[in-house]
Design a protein. Sequence first.
Length: 396
Amino acid sequence: MAKKKVRRLKLGGKILVGFIIILGVIAWFFVSNFLFADKKEEKRAVKEEVVVEEYPKKSQFQMFMVGDALIHSAIYEDARSVADGSYDFKPMLEYIKPISSSYDLAYYNQETILGGEDLGYSNYPRFNSPNEVGDAFIDAGFNLVSLATNHTMDMGEDGVVHSVNYWTSQKDVVWDGQRTSQEERDKERVYECNGIKYAFFSYTTWTNGLETPSGKEYLNNVYSPEKAKSDIDKVKDQVDIIIVAMHWGDEYSMGVSSEQEEIANYLSSLGVKLIIGSHPHVVEPVEYINDGRTFVIYSLGNFISDQVGIERLTGLMMEVTINKVETKDGVDVSVDSPRAELIYTDSNYGGKRNFKIYPYGMLNDEILPNYKSYYEEYKAVVNSRYPELTFGLSRS
């Protein structure tokens, strides 16, 4: 009987100890919650502060632009190697590459079709240029290309197909103006640079009478107000800025035509903030329109060509900064700080044709006699509508 009593006492003791431990745990739970409640609230507050967004949010990219790559036979013959018949246009861009490659976006207009060797390379009036032209521009940092021109159909549908295949194969290059199907033509394309979303369209008002085959209008993006509105309406709610390259105006005229003004104002009304012009082969004015909502470059002129006349061998380099400011109330995107510089295509060196593009700042009277007077003449044309325009690029 004594042994049973001892066992009961031991069991009772264990139960009592267990009960005391449970009470202690419960008491600690309530005490700790009370003691550390403030610290937990502080941690919670810190977490909430981390996710609070700060305004305004700012982002930007800088953009560089040049005009027409008008590849006459003298240019591609200068680029051709006597040894193996290959083409190398890169030396022609030697003095431009350090500038163009330093920008976030670098634009040019591929005036002549890259239609492929099988169709035979050719000169005015029906051009066909080697793929190596594109290679040289990409090597120099150009990554935004306009393809809709009055020479798009020079080699017919086969030329466009070859051109599109070439540009499609180039990674990180944005281009527009030629397609090989209506489905491809109508795709919504949204691009991004430094956190800023943009759309890019290329149109031409000129075809040289070389119309696209019926039902294949997608081969060359010929401008119409209805087409532009349809394209822009599809993407305007998805992007921060819309950029349009326009092949328009009158050849060799440094004045702005009424058609150019009409199209520019219409595109601005659709929300286009930057319009880049080509086709005249000479420089034309730049200006802000519609209370500064849109910046228009009416013509960048030729970038490289073998045309006759200083005015046709002089082109324009442009720089703008695209700024995006996001506040609690909305987003504002603007085209700011336009800067310009003139370039000149020289082709006479050592008694033979040797093409090289020079910024005017690198010229001397041996390369171009009276270059200073030409500089002032064409500078006056460019800033005639926007006298505040700064000459001298920030990255040259």
